[in-house]
Design a protein. Sequence first.
Lengths: 489, 591, 165
Amino acid sequence: MENNKKQLRIALRNCGFINPENIEDYIAHSGYAALASVLETNDPQATIDVIKKSGLRGRGGGGFPTGLKWEIASKNHADQKYVVCNADEGDPGAFMDRSILEGDPHSILEAMAINGFCIGASKGLIYIRAEYPLAIERLLIAIKQAEEAGLLGRNIFGLGFNFDIELRYGAGAFVCGEETALIHSMEGDRGEPTFKPPFPAQSGYLGKPTNVNNVETFANIPVIILKGWEWFASIGTEKSKGTKVFALAGKIDNVGLIEVPMGITLREVIYEIGGGIKDDRKFKAVQTGGPSGGCLTEKFLDTPIDYDNLIDAGSMMGSGGMIVMDEDDCMVSVAKFYLDFTVEESCGKCSPCRIGNKRLYEILDKITEGKGTMEDLDHLKNLSKVIKDTALCGLGQTSPNPVLSTIENFWGEYVYHVVDKKCPAGQCKALKSYIINPDLCIGCTACARACPVGAIKGEKKMPHEINQANCIKCGACVEKCKFNAISIK
Amino acid sequence: MDKIKLTIDHKEVSAPKGTTILRAAQSIGIDIPTLCHFELNGLNIHNKPGGCRICVVEVEGRRNLAPACVTECTEGMVVKTNSIRVLNSRRTVLELILSDHPADCLVCAKSGHCELQNLAIRFGVREIPFQGEQSSYKMETSPSIVRDMNKCVMCRRCETMCNDFQTVGALNAIERGFPAVVSTAFNQKLSYSPCTFCGQCVAVCPVGALVEMDHTARIIRAIADEKKTVVVQVAPAVRVALGEEFGMKPGTIVTGKLTAALKALGFNYVFDTDWSADLTIMEEGTELIDRLTRHLKGDKDVKLPLLTSCCPAWVNFFEYHFPELKDIPSTAKSPQQMFGAIAKSYFADKIGIKREDMIVVSVMPCLAKKYECAREEFKVNGNPDVDYSISTRELAALIKQANIDFNSLQDAPFDSPLGESTGAAVIFGTTGGVIEAAVRTAYEVITKKPLPRIDFTELRGLEGVRSATIDVDGLKLNIGIAHGLSNARRLLNDIKEGKSQFHAIEVMACPGGCIDGGGQPLHHGNSEIIKARWEAIYEADRNMPLRKSHENPSIQTIYKEFLGEPCSHKSHELLHTHYFDKAKVIEVKLD
Amino acid sequence: MSVKIHISQKTRTKIEEICESFSNNTGELINVLHKTQDYLGYLPAEAQEVIAQELGISTAKVYGVVSFYSFFTMIPKGRFPISICMGTACYVRGAERILDEFKHLLKLNVGETGADGLFSLASLRCVGACGLAPVVLVGEKVYGRLATDDVRNIVEEYQNVGFTV
């Protein structure tokens, strides 16, 4: 199938193919062979070099080179170090980490142990969303099995390496995807980020050097070890190697998780894998990178997807949410939706994020309510820029991206909302008006009876009229009209 | 030390490794504005959340702006503190903060001292471009502190003081995002929290979110009431700080002008808390000698170390956090309360008025004193020994209201008989002072010999915990001193575990003791001010003709005329108190 | 003069056991809160007081943590907790209209529990069922590909259960 040809499963290699609750199954699929080879080689730096040369970058959003991160943590000396797996998947619309944890939990455990050996840590912690009960259950089973099989715990493979893994539970805070916030949360505190440096690699969990990687990043590790860095580095673009898992959603025919090589174009993803826009509507934009990302238009459809291209285009990889939108989606509302999320998820520590995002949201809301001014658009632009420039952590620094990218790519739509007081997509309730066509209305009074606020007046058997000042735009009249006499403008 | 070279605004700077951009800039006269940042150097108090983002600067090669307060200088760094990008960002951030801040500056207690207001003036903000939702927390009052969390800017200074410095745990950041503020558990009243009312949150709050309960209007009304005799007492630390409110150099001793101002305000009698501090030493010192003597005789039941009890925040602290130790502190009331008890008995009798017709006002460097004077056990038939306690700041406001030109006042003496004092009393105003005063008296009482030296410098200093062994004619007296309740907590834990070697411990809640009490003029993070006050306290001590409490003639008189002897039955009735178990009780209810 | 907190012996013992199972370690506060919420269904102030005392931290800190994380709640949930997924995929497919319909029918706002204790309404972020968008959870049961018309049926389904039991 065309679908499969475009996809390449590395991180998701075992998902759906093995029984995640059976370690034998994982071992039969070369499981723990990478850990064995790393321990036998007994040269942490050599393994770090393999990861470095593979070109693997963090899949959680930032895209920091993984091997380099390991190296920094390995060079900071301490009596205790920690490996942390960030499984606090919080992007609305992304669920690849959950799929990996549920479908292939051992691959994460194996990768964490390899990481532990490389940086000199004997303790691993998985910070996982409490809302993922099945993933938690499977991880606990996997840990127990691995311990029983001597693949975790003391003296792994009889080669003298000790490594334990424990779970820590998130409690619903998107900001805990940020490393320092995650660490504070694991310490039983409010998940507030702190200024870096010190980086977790210097002073992390309980003040000890800590390496934090996300689930998908870890899922790539064992394969890279087994197949070699050359193989991995041969996939993808110059600066982004390997594959990326995306959660494809929105107005397309085939939704769900896909794993594609870096460098694939948005067009291939949307039309060939996604099957094109639902109901043959017109493509309008694709939102990548979740709340930190941006909306890309048709002109970016043929851009190869990688970390740097997405950033240049005004969006980002993020954790891999990919939401396709059609002409019925209002871009101001989309920006507002993401800002609503950021306002809700801001930790409140720094003023630009705490107050600035709230004000951004309020201005967007004003615009969708038909009360915006051109001055508001200036404020949007300046405020977005300042928040990006001054916020404390990655959440705040990227939160204006949905606003900036929609302003950049859909400026006209903003102006239309503000000047003409119209929503071209017809999504902004306040900007809709319901109009009765007097030529089609036969005066049956059905609409007037349906109207909850009595905004429709008219003599029986005479064309009716909607009082726009009273209309609450609920659409009840449209549903009741059997003559298609009511239209939305 | 490793030096780093960098450029700030085209000027070359060299700074030791670890210096922040903020400090490096200050060293060459560039004053980067800040809001949340707060440090008291030398007192180990640091609040650097890097949260307000007012201090952002441009660093060449960096993607976004850097907060100067937490970003350390690196070799060859090129910093711009006033580029258009920086100025625009700073201004926008300030406008954002102002957009969620009530604009009631005209009637705000912090007006004129508000760091946010100063920023708005400095940036010339004339309008706030952002309108939108504002926080809507309820204002909350307690006997000492008024909280208006709508003014909270999340600088976290109060949280740092309450948790790190005091380990009280009344305040914490609550909620997240836009509604996030620093408040109490469940946003309840401070009175339901472990708050000790030390007022350090008020002392560091940059805005009007935390202010003192203002009693100035009541004082004016009391003075105006012709049926009342209004008596005022002034705490030692007030005289070394009040001058700051009138533009004087920190550390200026203004005792004479202070007395003159109080007389000009119309108080009927202007007395000195120093007088009752001397009285405290007689009572507390006698208690110490008594416990020591019994201890040396092998009495196993005697409670040692003796803990001082002058600091009301400290009293609140052990009542809440260490109720099991409530029998250890001295039972002596604080000087404020001893004064009130004597004023409304001995002195009221002397001038022939009923206690109900007397109003006792205290001027204190402290906010916990407001709470202390309202405690039930310090009332007789509902009439408090001390009616109102006002802070140094409130007194300054009264003086200004009354058109009194403080700077040109002629020095005036305290009235008699509760105005006479010694140098031992004035050092109550700083950490180590109470115990030094006690030692001066105890030494002479125990040995019946004159002190070979008066200045016990080994008891002085600003380190959080200090200890010294004083040789009292062969008897080795182990003394512990702590200021800051976190430091006190360490010593209390030792006592609980039976590890304490001390015979007596002095505790004061505030940094440096009363000189930096919650009611003092605001220092805005300048620890030099605190040091200047500290030096002034010892200067005031040196200036006194008498420097030992037991030599105070009017103290000797009151024992002769009224009290009998220290720790007599009468003293116990008037000058001693007892403590309560105030720990939160978790009670099981029937299912 | 001291503040008194009232709590049942059973609850108190249970919370103490939970804290004990984490060695009364302050760093385990979030795990303790999870377990306590599992047990009680929510985190009433009294429970937070006990936890603070057991772990030796201030109640303000416990509340600071509870009020920070959206998973923790101080309001008891209804017998049938209704959660509307407001993840992006669901949002694009009309989750807001579904939520409005629930609000309208149940006369509840997000975060509220009805006076009869039958329903509580919550919105949550991506449950990972984007293929079924828009998605609603009632307890553990997932309802997918919903239209506004389906909302009334769902409410009635549980109302009937509520009355028959």
